[in-house]
Design a binder for this molecule. Structure first.
Ligand SMILES: NC(=O)c1ccc[n+]([C@@H]2O[C@H](COP(=O)([O-])OP(=O)(O)OC[C@H]3O[C@@H](n4cnc5c(N)ncnc54)[C@H](OP(=O)(O)O)[C@@H]3O)[C@@H](O)[C@H]2O)c1
Ligand SMILES: [Zn+2]
Length: 350
């Protein structure tokens, strides 16, 4: 391969995992205020699966590749970049905002009018190189490995915003996490227990093996929803009170049981709809119990830095189930699709 070319795991057409291929594509150049990052590791996020399947309205041009969780080494800097130099070890904040609209000026970058994320609107880290705006980089400490760092950016920031700033979890809150074993879920569990000190933590999952993993991670009561209705079990476990906060990343059939699991004035925070975006709802429950519903999307710049701070100081530990070389992308995607994952799978490059 010439030095003008690089490898990328991308697709020309939407469809399914078998559309993904190892491509040879032009190596990008950094813009004047961008840094070209030599990617060492990129974690899968569920959005990477969604992107190949259905996100065609966002994609600027093809081939397209995902990768919202990226870590690497600075290879080249644009002419107006002052704070970074070749060789710096960095992690990429996947959230791209204008820094000028009313929301950005309030520090709410994920509400930006022209908000984008790497892997969904812009080509991500499933490639040898990625050009990144200089303000989207964060230093990875020398003693922290890049493969573990890559598992954090998208998922940890999303979980932190949802629980800390949208649902405002407090130490006397009982919290339920629906979809607790996934990438976002495994950070949510740790933020709820180790940082926000939730009183009791409940989590749902689909198998006994995953249930054991969640208990080890710190969930007080794990509910296997393939064996029992999780809302009935929450009702029993809380003496018919319900929980204060439910964090739901799944949507679909879990929506109504999530509403039913909440106590009066309970808060439901939602940042994904893996099982479907158009569930039936229960309006009476919402007004009779006076529930609060919060949408949440990735993170502001401050939330990203706060979440990554908890990762880098060891307060929360990314759960990396497997690291695979980039060429083994298909296995990584199938692990995620078949729900074999505890936490994350990371694609690595030398
Ligand atoms: N709004 C945002 O900014 C943002 C940011 C990050 C992620 N997200 C969204 O959040 C969701 C979770 O992302 P992730 O990366 O954490 O995904 P993930 O690692 O694939 O985890 C998803 C988990 O949800 C559970 N699940 C329950 N029902 C499911 C179903 N029908 N299909 C698939 N999984 C199901 C599975 O665990 P069990 O088998 O244990 O139930 C699975 O491990 C995705 O929809 C993603 O697009 C949104
Ligand atoms: Zn903006």
């Amino acid at each position: 391969m010439s030095t003008d070319e690089m490898r990328a795991v991308g697709f020309h057409e939407h469809g399914d995992i078998d559309q993904l291929e190892l491509l040879s594509v032009p190596r990008p150049q950094p813009g004047p205020e961008e840094v070209l990052v030599d990617v060492k590791a990129a974690a899968l996020n569920h959005q990477d699966l969604i992107a190949v399947r259905e996100l065609d309205h966002y994609i600027p041009d093809y081939p397209f590749w995902g990768g919202g969780g990226t870590a690497g080494v600075v290879a080249e800097c644009g002419e107006r970049v002052e704070d970074w130099a070749p060789g710096d070890r960095v992690v990429v904040n996947p959230a791209l905002s204008c820094d000028q609209c009313e929301f950005c000026l309030q520090g709410e970058q994920s509400m930006c009018a022209v908000y984008e994320v790497f892997g969904e609107h812009r080509k991500g880290g499933f490639a040898e190189y990625i050009p990144v705006p200089q303000e989207n980089l964060l230093t990875v400490p020398d003693d922290y490995d890049l493969q573990t760092a890559a598992a954090a950016p998208m998922a940890a920031g999303t979980a932190w915003r949802a629980l800390a700033d949208r649902a405002r979890v407090r130490p006397d809150d009982d919290v339920l996490i629906v979809g607790a074993t996934g990438g976002v879920g495994s950070y949510a569990v740790q933020f709820a227990t180790k940082v926000l000190n939730a009183r009791t933590l409940y989590g749902t999952t689909s198998s006994e093996e995953k249930a054991a993993f969640l208990r080890d991670l710190g969930v007080d009561h794990v509910i296997n929803y393939t064996e029992e209705d999780f809302d009935s079990r929450i009702w029993e476990l809380t003496d018919e009170r319900g929980v204060d906060v439910c964090y739901n990343n799944v949507g679909g059939d879990t929506w109504v049981p999530s509403l039913r699991s909440l106590t009066h004035g309970g808060r439901l925070v939602l940042s994904g709809s893996t099982a479907g975006p158009n569930p039936v709802s229960e309006l009476r429950l919402m007004f009779v119990r006076q529930l609060e519903i919060y949408g949440s999307t990735t993170h502001s710049r401050t939330e990203f830095e706060t979440a990554m701070g908890f990762v880098f100081d060891g307060t929360v530990e990314p759960v990396v189930q497997e690291q695979l070389p980039l060429e083994e992308f298909e296995r990584a995607f199938r692990m995620m699709d078949q729900r074999e994952l505890f936490g994350k799978v990371v694609l690595t490059q030398d």
